[in-house]
Design a binder for this molecule. Structure first.
Ligand SMILES: Cc1cc2nc3c(=O)[nH]c(=O)nc-3n(C[C@H](O)[C@H](O)[C@H](O)COP(=O)(O)OP(=O)(O)OC[C@H]3O[C@@H](n4cnc5c(N)ncnc54)[C@H](O)[C@@H]3O)c2cc1C
Length: 449
């Protein structure tokens, strides 16, 4: 929790007392502490709200939809989107960019334009704490007060099963062999690895639990294999999957692995990594396999973003550690009625995908607007639409489309009206490849225009 006003007064009093005596060096120390202290208690440079203020933390697929549609559904509401990135780079379709099938511009979007078009405030800052009592969000750029708060910070990685608290190993895995499942530098490192790869095994992993984007590791394996085949690289992708089988679009990926990439993908299902030796560049699995690698990208298990735990609104879910502890129909925190959590931090077993997170953003905007405007709202299922490319030039893709229904007896959500298109061959596969690009353009329009 953030420092209380009383703590801050105490610190200020100590700083005031200590700054009046002591040597030159201790004076310097005091000045440094003082500047940090006063900086922390400054209000963020934002205009005074003209209506109830809703602060949305996280400008990803869910947070962007909440900010835009909340302003539409409740124009009197003052909406502030706090996002630590200055530029949006899309995770969906990033696998295509890794192998040069699209350019970076396609994935990159402008937060300022989204905010201007939709009349909310984009505040470029990192949230490090939230005081739920005084309803204040602490950022590196000052404090932002709220009436309602939406937390949409996405996921963090959970390396514990592999590292067992060995921070040196965790840091090496993160920096030398990043997963590339959180937007940012990781993707650039991964792209460089693929471009510089000469020969041998390129290890990729699929974690257990409800990990972010079920098909993405299989899509990535297919596209890296496609790239190796096209470039005549003497190597293969070794895909180590903790799950007993391909977790989604199984027929489509299976046939692509077998028919397109027989010599380029070695798929190892039901294999848990028991040891990673980065000096020897060797991975050992519980199936007894010892795999030497030339390069790798290790995708560990995921957990809800740490911010939720800091704020005290997280709980282990049936799938992952420390996801949002919320009512699954209203997205309201069980610990705090003024906080809502949406997107990949949710504990429900929905697909952790951009389309799902975006459709939840629409719903959460509707829910908060109805609370502010004193209206009723009706729950609607999130929508999962997810295309995966299996090859390039022309891009061929497969897809899944689903909604969810609540099973009252089992108290879980199950797929409703789910359908897949897993034939990447012929015209259908090419049409689906075009559908993938059109889907992405539509989503970017929804979030930014
Ligand atoms: C390689 C890959 C391929 C994918 N392909 C698809 C696909 O084809 N289709 C699909 O539907 N989905 C796909 N996904 C999944 C999709 O990207 C995620 O499900 C989606 O991004 C989740 O949205 P979100 O808003 O919950 O989180 P995010 O999009 O991750 O957004 C969270 C935001 O919060 C910000 N943030 C976090 N902490 C703070 C803080 N403390 N202060 C300020 N800001 C903060 C982050 O910077 C980030 O912008 C893919 C993902 C990957 C990695």
């Amino acid at each position: 929790m953030a420092l209380s006003r009383r703590d801050l007064l105490k610190i200020s009093a100590i700083l005031a007392a200590t700054s009046s005596f002591g040597s030159e060096s201790s004076k310097k120390d005091v000045d440094i502490k003082k500047s940090i202290s006063s900086y922390r208690v400054q209000n963020a440079p934002l205009p005074k709200p003209k209506g109830p203020r809703v602060v949305v933390v996280g400008g990803g697929w869910s947070g962007l939809a909440v900010a835009k549609y909340l302003k539409k559904f409740s124009p009197k509401t003052d909406v502030v989107l706090i996002e630590k990135r200055s530029v949006f780079v899309s995770c969906p379709l990033s696998n295509l960019w890794l192998v040069d099938l699209i350019d970076l511009q396609f994935l990159t979007h402008d937060y300022l334009q989204a905010a201007q078009n939709n009349e909310y405030i984009y505040f470029n800052a990192t949230v490090y704490d939230i005081d739920r009592v005084s309803k204040k969000v602490y950022t590196n750029e000052g404090i932002v007060s709220y009436d309602y708060l939406v937390l949409a910070p996405g996921i963090d990685y959970d390396y514990e099963e592999w590292t067992n608290g060995n921070m040196e190993l965790e840091t090496k895995l993160k920096s030398l062999y990043p997963a590339g499942f959180i937007p940012g530098s990781e993707h650039f490192t991964l792209k460089r690895k693929i471009e510089e790869f000469e020969e041998g095994n390129f290890v990729l992993t699929v974690p257990g639990g409800n990990y972010r984007c079920l098909p993405a590791p299989y899509e990535r394996a297919s596209l890296i294999a496609w790239y190796m085949k096209k470039e005549g690289i003497k190597g293969k992708v070794v895909l180590i999957d903790e799950n007993p089988d391909i977790t989604i679009k199984k027929d489509g990926f299976n046939s692509a692995f077998n028919e397109l990439y027989k010599d380029y993908i070695e798929y190892l299902p039901g294999s848990k990594i028991t040891d990673i030796d980065l000096d020897k560049k060797r991975v050992v699995t519980d199936m007894g396999d010892e795999i030497d690698f030339s390069d790798a990208s290790f995708y560990p298990r995921i957990r809800g973003a740490k911010l939720l735990e800091i704020v005290g609104v997280a709980k282990d879910s049936a799938f992952n550690k420390k996801e949002a502890d919320i009512d699954p129909f209203t997205y309201q925190s069980k610990a705090d009625p003024y906080i809502y959590c949406t997107g990949d931090v949710r504990p429900m077993g929905f697909s952790k995908s951009g389309n799902t997170a975006n459709s939840e953003g629409h719903l959460v905007a509707k829910i908060i607007a109805s609370v502010i405007e004193g209206k009723e709202f009706k729950w609607d299922s999130p929508i999962t639409v997810c295309y995966s490319a299996v090859s390039g030039d022309p891009i061929r893709a497969i897809s899944v489309n689903a909604k969810y229904a609540y099973d009252k007896k089992k108290k879980v959500f199950t797929f409703k009206d789910a359908s897949t298109m897993e034939n990447w061959k012929g015209k259908q596969g090419i049409m689906s490849g075009k559908g993938l690009l059109e889907w992405a353009k539509g989503m970017y329009r929804d979030m930014f225009m």
